[in-house]
Design a protein around this ligand. Structure first.
Ligand SMILES: [Zn+2]
Length: 193
């Protein structure tokens, strides 16, 4: 049986909009319950199950790398427009570049900077945060860039669903990446990568 490091399967809604990543086990569940509406992508994976008592043959399911799930199988709560804000995806959005000094750093040397500081009423939202190195964050302290005399080198933005799916999976298959890239909005920094 494949192990946990197997690629994640990209699920879509019936209209072909990217939905979320699922494990191959979860994808097998969709197939077994006949919830796969159609498939896309260039890869398929065959998983073997147990021996059938009726036929003596080994059961198997073939899972495609991109699958569209029939309507009601997708929970509405997963359809929120704004993806959750996490440091990993934030740093990835900003390409691990500090928004103030412009240098690239590894994950542990980066912080989440609130452009309008929380102490001044700034909120913890994609549009109010950028990646900053520890040094610049300390220097800026609880001030706005203007108050601190520090220029912000790039603008924050809210990644759309497709971009978020790219940001949160480090092991995307080429066909999955091609599919998601078509759904990333034009202002995304991924587009200029
Ligand atoms: Zn910096």
């Amino acid at each position: 049986m494949p192990n946990a490091s197997h690629p994640l399967i990209l699920t879509l809604d019936m209209q072909g909009a990217p939905h979320r990543w699922v494990s191959w086990q979860h994808a097998c569940f969709y197939y077994a319950k006949n919830l796969v509406a159609w498939v896309a992508g260039d890869h398929s994976f065959t998983f073997h199950g147990g021996m059938s008592r009726m036929t003596g043959e080994r059961s198997f399911i073939t899972v495609d790398s991109i699958i569209a799930i029939k309507g009601r199988a997708l929970a509405p709560r997963n359809h929120s427009v704004v993806p959750p804000l996490n440091n990993r995806e934030l740093f990835h959005r900003d390409r691990h570049m500090c928004g103030y000094c412009g240098h690239e750093y590894s994950f542990i040397r980066l912080t989440r900077d609130h452009i309008l500081p929380v102490s001044q009423g700034g909120r913890d939202l994609w549009m109010n945060v950028v990646t900053a190195c520890r040094h610049c964050n300390q220097k800026k302290s609880s001030r706005t860039p203007e108050q601190a005399g520090m220029e912000l080198l790039y603008a924050p933005y809210v990644p759309n669903k497709a971009e978020f799916l790219i940001l949160c999976n480090r092991h995307i298959l080429a066909d999955q990446m091609d599919f998601l890239a078509q759904h990333v909005s034009a202002h995304s920094r991924l587009k200029s990568a």
